[in-house]
Ligand binder design. Structure first.
Ligand code: HEM
Length: 294
C-alpha cells in the first residue's frame, strides 16, 4: 500500500506549522479544495478534513467524527474542532511562512483561518520537559498498519484519522517536582529513558501502554513542541490511526475513566485544544478526493 500522504510516515521535521480553518458560510469550499490539491503534496503539506466539511460536501467518511469534549476528576479536555487542517513540514521557518501565506490566499474564498501553531524539533525528539517522546512508536510496516485504513474502497484506502491536541505545560509545576517524582509521572527515567517497571499506576506510560488494551491500542505519534514569545509552551500532540478508537481508549485511561486513576502528566500539563481530521489518501501524486466526489 503506497497511497497515503507520505509526510505522515516520515520522521518529524525540524519545523512545523499547523493551519486550522473554519468554513465561510456560502463560500466556495469545493474550488478551494481543488486548488489545495494542486499544492498539497502530502509531504510538505499534509491535509485533513473535519466532519463538518465532509458533511457540507454531501459526503460521508465512515468513522469520521468531531473531537468530543471530555472530563475527569479536576480535568477538562476541550474540543476546538475546525473544518480543515494543513500541517506544513520543513526545515526553514521562513519558507513555511511563505507556504502558509500561499495556502491562506488560495483558501480565502471558502475558509477563514481559526488557529496557527508553530512547532519545532527539540533535541533528540524530546518533549520540552526533556523526556524523549516517541520511543514506543511503531516503525516500518507496523507504522503503516497502525496509521492507515487498509483494504477499503478506492478513495478511503490509505487514508488516516488524526487526533490533535495542544498541551500547555506549567513549567514551574514541573520544575517543582523532584527527579524521582517527574520520572514516576512519566514512567521513564529522564537521565537515560529507561522504563521504570515499578512506576505507579498513574505513570503516563502505564496509562497508555499500547499492548495493554483489548483490543491493542496502537497509534502513530508525530507530536512536536511549541512555544510562543510570552514563554508559554508545551507539546502539540498528534496521533495518526486507522480510526480514532485507539486514541480515545488511551485518553479515557488518562482521565481515569476505568479506575479513577488520572495520568500523572496532568500535574504539569493540560490540553487547551482538541480536534479530529480525516487525511485523504493520494492518487497519481495528488490528494485523492474521490470519497468526497470532488
Ligand atoms: C503533554 C502531553 C504528553 C506528553 C508530554 C507525553 C509524553 C510521553 C512520553 C515522554 C512518553 C514515553 C516515550 C515514548 O514511548 O514515546 C510517552 C509515551 C506514550 N504516550 Fe504520551 N505524552 C503526552 C500526551 C499523550 C496523549 C494525549 C496520548 C494519547 C491519548 C499519549 C499516548 C502515548 C503512548 C501510546 C505512549 C507509548 C506507551 C507505550 O506503549 O509504552 N500521550 N508520552
Amino acid at each position: 500500500m503506497n497511497n497515503h500522504q507520505p509526510g505522515i510516515l516520515e520522521l518529524i521535521p525540524q519545523h512545523g506549522k499547523y493551519l486550522f480553518y473554519d468554513q465561510i458560510t456560502g463560500g466556495n469550499a469545493v474550488d478551494c479544495l481543488r486548488q489545495l490539491a494542486d499544492v498539497a503534496d502530502g509531504v510538505g503539506v499534509v491535509v485533513g478534513l473535519g466532519q463538518s466539511l465532509v458533511l457540507e460536501l454531501g459526503a460521508e467518511v465512515p468513522g469520521l467524527r468531531s473531537f468530543p469534549a471530555r472530563s475527569g476528576a479536576g480535568i477538562d479536555i476541550p474540543s476546538t474542532q475546525a473544518a480543515l487542517m494543513c500541517w506544513l513540514r520543513g526545515d526553514d521557518p521562513g519558507e513555511l511562512l511563505h507556504r502558509a501565506r500561499q495556502i491562506n490566499a488560495l483558501l480565502g474564498e471558502g475558509f477563514v483561518p481559526s488557529d496557527c501553531i508553530d512547532t519545532f524539533k527539540y533535541g533528540a525528539d524530546q518533549d520540552l520537559t526533556g523526556y524523549e517522546d516517541g520511543t514506543e512508536n511503531p516503525t516500518g510496516q507496523e507504522a503503516a498498519d497502525t496509521a492507515f485504513v487498509a483494504g477499503a474502497e478506492p478513495g478511503l484506502d490509505g487514508s488516516s484519522f488524526v487526533a490533535m491536541q495542544q498541551w500547555q505545560h506549567d513549567f514551574d509545576a514541573f520544575s517543582a517536582l523532584t527527579t524521582n517524582e517527574a520520572d514516576n509521572s512519566v514512567g521513564r527515567r529522564l537521565s537515560d529513558n529507561f522504563e521504570l517497571e515499578d512506576a505507579p499506576e498513574s505513570a503516563h506510560v502505564k496509562r497508555t501502554a499500547q499492548e495493554n488494551f483489548d483490543p491493542e491500542a496502537f497509534i502513530l505519534r508525530r507530536s512536536m513542541p511549541w512555544s510562543i514569545p510570552e514563554l508559554d509552551g508545551g507539546l502539540f500532540f498528534v496521533a495518526f490511526g486507522k480510526s480514532f478508537d485507539a486514541f480515545e481508549a488511551q485518553l479515557a485511561r488518562m482521565i481515569g475513566d476505568e479506575d479513577g486513576i488520572t495520568d500523572a502528566l496532568f500535574r504539569f500539563t493540560r490540553p487547551i485544544t482538541g480536534s479530529y481530521f480525516w487525511c485523504p489518501p493520494m492518487h497519481d501524486d495528488r490528494l485523492d478526493f474521490r470519497a468526497l466526489q470532488l
